[in-house]
Design a protein. Sequence first.
Length: 293
Amino acid sequence: MKYSSIYDDITVLTVTHNSSNVIENFLNTLDINFKLVIVDNNSVDNTKTILKKHNRKSINLFFNDKGLGFGSGANIGLKTIKSKFVLLVNPDSIIKTNEISKLISAAKNYKNAAIISPLHRNENGNVHIPARPFFFNLDKKNTLALDNFVGDCSVEHISGAIMLLNKSKLDKVGFFDENFFLYYEDDDLCIRTKKAGFENILVHGAIIDHFGGGSIGPPTIKNQWEKHFHFHFSRCYIQKKYFGTLSSKIMATTIFLNYLFKFFGHLIILQLNKIMKDLACISGATIFLIKGK
């Protein structure tokens, strides 16, 4: 495929939040000919300054005055994009043009695909599969592994860290559910694409570098609290969305009691580094029980 065709067909979209440690590398390694949309969720580090100084043929920047969460931020960009495909990618990634070309070729080959994903390679050079069963199927054995993955295949869940989205199909399915602040919004989108009759395809021959966890900056008490809080809140919300209020209340209560037990255990043995995580998980479940969404 000619690269000139790729530049017409695709827009790269990323959402940043305190991403100054990774965003320069992302910008400098991304082919300057790609159209780029960046939505910043109220970064308080140097991210905004870096973005404003970046010079590119086609770049559209959005600066939110508060953190809206990943899905809400992505939706701001998705509403403005008119190209056939959108490469939604975390800023802690290195995107090479030939790998994008492989994804576009797969998208054009698999006409019914709504989401296309590459394999991921981490900072240690290890390749892994960014796909798993849906959250309600996790008790079933996942037989897909690198040693038996020999060709492109249709999967259930694909990681939201790197997704090539077919824009026309996404328009039919709908964008991210903004009730998810962080976590499980990609599960929800993949469930909806499958329910609409589309496929989520994992491409065997494409590999993109993704250094997980780098998009929110170095670990701090604040972002680690938010991570554990929102993970468990979202887990309860997606349970409610697909299995009803009672099931989600049971889920939230189970999380609350589980981490309350862990909290007292960690307190007794003075594992203070784990107490914060316990409290964040308890808070996520508690707020869900109070708010219900």
